[in-house]
Design a protein around this ligand. Structure first.
Ligand code: AMP
Length: 475
């Protein structure tokens, strides 16, 4: 490589990987506001925060999310997490013993070695979490939370990873805020309250035009969803030729998912398919009616959407989705549902469960589109100082003001007052505190209100009081 090429290589500009992005100030203030509101609202409903690992065993997601879903079959970031050769050898030895193979028996080893290596690799494969419900259920089981007073109400927030095709509102690293209620009963009041909490949260962050859709998908039995799916499949077979390749495939793998189709030409066909509401068993029908009544009791507006389904066996009864304006085709800001079989599927005791996940990126986009998300930048006070004595006073003033909760910019080097005031303007400061040697000797400090240009002199102790009063007036 020539020197020039090497230099060029060295100076290569790194960019965030496709589908990931940096969240920058001032926008991050809005993210913090949204997250803070979630902490506040969820805790008023008795939820506690759970912080989960970013990666887990691949098998956990394969089992919980389902091997046939897009997430597991093609979107997960998965890699073997073996540290070094010594670790690989150590693990192989353990597995060899576990399988009852004598490591000294060369012939046996020849025969079984491949299987051992495969098992070691599979067991040590980890995945960046594509969602968090599986992890919450794993934690519930691992920490014996069934022994706590039931139900256990947990919420989480943080990044999730899915290798999807990036577009507006769809990223490969995105953020979710979610909650799960585990254990206790499946009383309709639980379903209604979790939805009430969500709508309270959306209201509090100022999301406008959110629409709540609900449905019941019954339970996995012949006299309920299984019976419906059989009828749906039969109906789909009759119109198979008119469907696209994805839907055609799904008739066999997961007919419910055909209802998710957004393909324009399929819509009229789907509209003619049988509805699950006509096939619910009596208990699921009663449960659904009660959830709707309970939502009305709580003043929560909803629309029913019979096409809202979840294609996994353990999902049952209540499903819901919330859409928001300003997001184009990716307009779902939240999805959720009841999953009474999941904890058991992961090796725990039979446990009722319901939860939701909010797409935080999309929520923020919608807030920004509606003009709600005007993040405030700027400082309360910019300290323009000149002279060594003034600098000492400025350092102390900054300390006192910050202690009182003001955001303060203290320039590290001396600058002419004109330049300093220009800088204060650029930073969107509300006030400039002007400190020169005169001010320090007189003990009178000059405060300039940058929006009006007004200037006033204050004895040092009065300054803080004045600013605090102004803050109270404006907030
Ligand atoms: P899900 O876990 O698939 O039920 O998704 C719950 C919510 O997370 C959705 O309603 C979206 O708001 C959000 N979401 C899912 N996938 C993505 C993605 N790739 N990028 C941004 N948000 C997403």
């Amino acid at each position: 490589m020539s020197d020039a090429t090497a230099k060029k290589e060295e100076r290569r500009k790194f960019q965030a990987i496709r589908g990931t992005r940096d969240l920058l100030p001032p926008e991050t203030a809005l993210w913090n506001h949204v997250e803070q509101t979630a902490h506040e609202v969820f805790s008023t409903f008795g939820y506690g925060e759970i912080r989960l690992p970013i990666f887990e065993s691949t098998e956990l997601f394969a089992r919980a999310v389902g091997g046939e879903t897009d997430i597991v079959s093609k979107e997960m970031y998965t890699f073997p997490d073996l540290f070094d050769l010594a670790e690989i050898i150590g693990r192989m030895r353990d597995v060899t013993i576990e399988l009852g193979i004598d490591p000294g028996n060369e012939a046996k080893w020849q025969e079984k070695g491949h299987g051992v290596a495969k098992k070691v690799l599979e067991e040590s494969t980890v995945t960046l979490r594509p969602e968090a419900t599986a992890s919450v259920c794993r934690a519930y089981i691992e920490h014996n939370m069934q022994q706590l007073p039931q139900p256990v109400k947990l919420y989480y927030m943080g990044p999730m990873f899915r290798r999807e095709r990036p577009q507006k509102g769809r990223y490969r690293q995105f953020y979710q805020i979610g909650a799960e209620i585990l254990g206790g009963t499946d009383a309709p009041g639980i379903d209604a309250e979790v939805i009430e909490m969500l709508m309270t949260f959306f209201d509090k962050v100022g999301l406008q035009g959110a629409t709540l859709y609900i449905n019941s998908i019954g339970h996995n039995a012949d006299n309920c969803r299984r019976g419906y799916v059989a009828q749906l499949k039969a109906a789909l077979e009759k119109v198979k030729d008119k469907l696209g390749p994805d839907s055609q495939r799904r008739i066999d793998t997961n007919p419910l998912r055909v209802l998710d189709s957004k393909i324009e030409s399929e819509q009229a066909i789907i509209a003619m398919l049988p509805h699950i509401a006509d096939h619910l068993c009596d208990e699921c029908k009663t449960h659904y009616a009660a959830v709707k009544r309970q939502l009305e009791l709580r003043g929560v507006l909803y629309q029913e959407n019979w096409r809202l389904v979840r294609g996994l066996d353990y999902y049952m009864r209540t499903t819901f989705e919330i859409t928001a304006p300003g997001l184009g085709s990716q307009n779902a800001v939240c999805g959720g549902g009841r999953y009474d079989g999941l904890v058991e599927l992961l090796g725990g005791p039979p446990t009722k469960g319901i939860g939701f996940a909010i797409g935080e990126d999309r929520l923020i986009l919608s807030l920004q589109e509606s003009g709600k998300g005007k993040a405030q930048q700027g400082r309360d006070v910019y300290i323009a100082w000149m002279g060594e004595r003034a600098y000492a006073a400025a350092v102390h003033a900054a300390k006192d003001l910050r202690k009182a909760g003001f955001s303060v910019e203290l320039p590290p080097v001396e600058q002419k007052f004109g330049k300093a005031l220009g800088q204060a303007d650029k930073l969107g400061a509300k006030y400039a505190l002007i400190l020169g040697d005169n001010e320090v000797s007189e003990g009178l400090w000059t405060l300039k209100t940058l929006s009006t240009g007004e200037q006033a002199k204050f004895p040092e102790p009065d300054l803080l009081e004045f600013l605090s009063q102004q803050k109270n007036v404006s907030s």
